[in-house]
Design a protein around this ligand. Sequence first.
Ligand SMILES: [Mg+2]
Length: 266
Amino acid sequence: MLWDVDYTLVNAGGLGTRMYEAAFRELFGRDLLAVASKAGRTDRAILLDTLALAGIAEPRVHVDDLLAVLACQSAAADGTVRDDVRAMPGASAAVAALADVGARQSVLTGNVRPLAELKLGLAGLGEHLDLDVGAYGDMHEVRAELVPVARQAAREAYGADFGGTSTVLVGDTSLDVAAALAAGARTVAVATGTFSAGELAEAGAHVVLPDLTDASLVLAAVTGHRDADDIKQPGDVGTLAGLDSRASTAAASRPSHGPGAPWPTR
Ligand SMILES: [Mg+2]
C-alpha cells in the first residue's frame, strides 16, 4: 500500500518549491526564477529540468549535488519551518482505517525522503507509515521505476511477496496511475490534485475517488472488495470510475493472511 504524498496525503502549500529555491541558492549563489513542471514527477526529474531552465550547463553533473542539498536542508528544517502544510481532507482517517485492517503502508513519492518526512510530519501523518520501505524521488527520474524499489524493500522487511495487484498505489496524477500499471500493481486515483476524475479514469486507474473523505470507500477501493454496483450513495456512482473487475476478483479471492496479501491481517 503505497501512498503518493503531494495532493494525495498532503497539501504542502508550496513548501517544496521554497525548498528547491533554498537549495538552489545555497549551491549556485543566486535565485531560482522558475521551477519545471512538478505534478507526479520525481525530484530528480524536476530538478534536472529546473537546472536546465536556470541555464546551468550540464544539469546531470549537478543534479546529485542539488538533491543532496535539498535533502540536507529538508532534514534540518524539521520543526523550524512554519509553512502552511496540512493533511488532505480525510487522509488521516483513511490511513488509520487501513492500519486498522493491518495494511502495510508506506509512500511512493517524487519527494526526496527528508522532504517527504518533513511534509508528512508537519501534516501530522507520520503514524502508520513505514517510511523505511518507501521509494523516493532521488532514486530515479521515472516514477514507475520506484515501484520495484519499494517492493524489494517491503519484501526484505516483511518477508512477503508484494507482486502484482498485492501492491496498491494511491495517487492524484496520471503518472501515479502509469507507474502502478507499468508494475502490474493496483491503482486507486484521487481527484484532489490537478487531474480530473475523468482524466484519471482515462489514464487507466482501477478506481477513481473524488477524495479521501469516506474512509470506508477508500478501504473498499484499495482492497477491491467493493465494486461500483455496491456504491449506494448517489453521488458516489459517478466518481467511482473504471473499477477493473479482474483486479477486484483477484483481490477479493486472495487470502487475507500470508504472502501476497496487500493488507496482511494482524
Ligand atoms: Mg501527487
